[in-house]
Design a protein around this ligand. Structure first.
Ligand SMILES: Nc1ncnc2c1ncn2[C@@H]1O[C@H](COP(=O)(O)OP(=O)(O)OP(=O)(O)O)[C@@H](O)[C@H]1O
Length: 256
């Protein structure tokens, strides 16, 4: 799906990303984890072609910079960490922004269907007529999840979703619901790259984990391979214990 080797990204003299390799297969859920400032959001921005790195990023075997922007936006979408708090539109119109690549002046029936379906999935349909600016933090977050899902609602196969901390502000039910939606998205050869802070949720949902520290890859592999007490306490500079989750059997991380 996406492949990049030796990604380097600098701001002035500060080395934000240092020789980072990423390779993501079709149908994979990759979680990027690591402490604050490790470079997770920067890596996501580079992979999504929002900021330029000198290294080539191959998306579906073609250099991502060679894709036409309108075509690319039907194959990949990105949910950003910092969505605007001030959008003077109703909720349904914010979600419709995800359909802009599909119509010129007026949304078509399929655009309305896509937005309705995604608002239902993300549990914001009852808010569709509300002013976006009056929503709570978690509700706004769900509206943007709905928007990026609506953007990728089409007949194209093997699509890619980038999500930067999609669980921020969500209550526990909506955190699990969002992860289920992302997991379901990856069932049909679609892939997702998701920045997460909750390591236990990452262990439960992700196929692969990329653990970052100081702009570098500290560890990469399955949750069982990456989530060792040594890897985690070294990356976060904080003690932890690993045990088996009593229900899922995934690694369970207990800090302190
Ligand atoms: N434009 C920039 N100018 C200067 N420094 C930057 C710039 N963008 C990012 N950085 C620095 O690069 C480092 C990585 O930032 P990034 O946002 O990628 O980290 P992160 O792992 O996503 O962190 P967090 O968990 O806090 O969201 C940070 O130290 C940040 O201050």
């Amino acid at each position: 799906m996406i492949k990049a080797q030796q990604i380097n990204y600098r701001h002035k003299e500060f080395h934000i990303l240092n020789n980072v390799d990423v390779s993501l297969g079709f149908g994979e859920f990759l979680a990027i984890v690591g402490p604050n400032g490790a470079g997770k959001s920067s890596l996501l921005s580079v992979l999504a072609n929002e900021v330029k790195s000198r290294q080539q990023i191959l998306f579906k075997d073609k250099n991502i910079t060679d894709w036409k922007i309108t075509e690319l936006s039907k194959h990949k979408a990105k949910f950003s960490q910092h969505n605007s708090n001030d959008i003077p539109l109703e909720v349904k119109d914010v979600v419709m922004m995800g359909r802009y690549p599909y119509f010129d002046a007026q949304p078509k029936e399929e655009d309305l269907q896509a937005t309705d379906e995604m608002m239902h999935q993300t549990d914001v349909y009852h808010l569709k007529g509300r002013e976006y600016n009056t929503l709570s933090g978690g509700e706004k977050q769900r509206v943007h999840l709905s928007r990026v899902l609506a953007q990728l609602k089409n007949e194209i196969t093997q699509k890619l979703l980038f999500l930067d901390e999609p669980l921020n502000n969500l209550d526990v039910k909506h955190q699990y619901k969002a992860l289920e939606i992302i997991k379901n998205f990856t069932q049909n050869e679609n892939s997702a790259v998701v920045v997460l802070h909750d390591l236990n949720l990452a262990a439960q949902y992700a196929d692969k984990i990329l653990l970052m520290k100081s702009g570098k890859v500290a560890a990469y592999g399955t949750p069982e391979e990456v989530f060792t007490a040594e890897n985690i306490s070294e990356a976060y500079n904080f003690p932890c214990t690993i045990c088996d989750h009593p229900i899922t059997n995934n690694p369970m991380i207990i800090f302190g």
